[in-house]
Design a protein around this ligand. Structure first.
Ligand code: ATP
Length: 349
């Protein structure tokens, strides 16, 4: 498996180094033959090439089996799309899969949970990527601004299918559709109609529909109820930060951005400049993202060993948390590097 590795900004290099070491450990243990290729994107790339992502890099990623992207700062790219947006659009990574779960060693802030937010990733309210040309966040006059939210039947159907397929691989087989169709009757009406059509192909899955504002109360009140949550781009972005934090910390928020041919592992959080370079970052978010990437590759390439390696990584994370081998954001005392070493030790045993 060929993986392109991009360290990103802020805490990116620190948590990418840990994640690479973890990939090296499972590659050896499960004989996966993972080969990494290093490149740069983000601030480092702007300094060297004048662009956050140079076009050749997109081609390099297309030739690989997966991309590991360190967090990149969102604010510093004002005006042009950052690396995350570039790859999501160029590689058509329409499904952003963001699990949030508690562990015996990390009971969460509001009780036990094991859910996955399945967020549409290419359209919705993301004005920097929902147009063929230009940006849909528009200044009409100096005092009037509008933004356009795009919902398509095809985009809604494929994210719904990704969610229902995931639900079929999980024991509870429940999908919650989160929307605002009471106000956005046309656009979210279309989203819901497309999801309901897809649901017909999955009769074993229990389906429910919840309005996004009510969802904030439901998910905090009873997180254990939820299994797979399918929603549009911005609702999913906001909801998944909430669920990651509810599960213990944003630093546990793993995520994968997947399409039919390409996938990118990326932590759910940003570049955390407030703690960058201080050995404080929790690397588990990106480590768990890499596990998701291996699991995706296992199914796509029909290689179950990669799925076993993903499971081993999740078990090592759980064991570290239980043994107190964890960073401060989740109640521990260890640094990023020490947690990385503990993960590698468990995976090499
Ligand atoms: P950006 O501008 O890149 O979005 P941000 O600081 O606005 O950065 P996040 O990076 O998502 O947003 O960080 C939000 C908060 O969560 C910060 O206090 C940050 O330190 C904390 N945080 C994020 N990721 C981690 C992590 N991996 N480990 C520990 N704390 C984290």
């Amino acid at each position: 498996m060929h993986v392109v590795v991009l360290p990103g900004d802020g805490i990116g290099p620190e948590i990418v180094a840990v994640t690479e070491a973890v990939l090296g450990a499972v590659s050896q243990r499960f004989q996966l033959g993972i080969a990494t290729k290093h490149d740069i994107a983000g601030q480092e790339s702007i300094a060297k090439y004048g662009k956050a992502v140079r076009p050749e890099l997109v081609e390099i990623v297309r030739q690989a089996d997966g991309l590991l992207l360190g967090p990149t700062s969102t604010l510093d790219y004002a005006g042009e799309p950052g690396p995350s947006a570039v790859f999501r659009k160029a590689l058509d990574l329409f499904a952003n899969i963001r699990p949030a779960r508690t562990y015996p060693g990390l009971p969460g802030r509001v009780g036990a949970m094991d859910l996955v937010v399945v967020r549409e990733n290419t359209e919705g309210f993301y004005a920097d990527r929902n147009m063929a040309h230009g940006n849909a966040d528009i200044l009409v006059t100096d005092d009037v601004a509008i933004a356009i939210r795009k919902i398509t039947r095809q985009g809604s159907e494929r994210i719904a299918r990704a969610g229902f397929e995931l639900a079929m691989r999980r024991p509870r087989r429940r999908v919650t559709l989160v929307h605002k169709a009471n106000v956005l009757t046309t656009s979210d009406g279309l989203f819901l109609a497309a999801c309901r059509d897809v649901a017909k192909d999955f009769p074993e899955v229990t389906v429910e529909e919840i309005i996004v504002d009510a969802m904030m109360a439901h998910v905090v009140r009873n997180p254990a109820h939820f299994d797979v949550i399918v929603t549009t781009n911005m609702f999913g972005d906001i909801l998944s930060d909430l669920t990651a934090e509810m599960s213990g910390s944003l630093g546990m928020g793993g995520s994968i951005n997947a399409g039919t041919r390409y996938a990118m592992a990326q932590a759910a959080h940003g570049s955390a400049p407030d703690i960058a370079g201080r050995d404080l970052a929790n690397p588990m978010s990106l480590v768990l993202s890499a596990a998701q990437l291996l699991d995706w590759h296992a199914r796509r390439a029909g290689k179950p060993r990669f799925g076993e390696a993903a499971k081993a990584i999740e078990n090592a994370v759980a064991a570290c948390l239980e043994a107190g081998e964890k960073t401060r954001d989740v109640g521990g005392t260890q640094g990023t590097r020490a947690v990385g070493a503990a993960l590698v030790k468990r995976l090499s045993a």
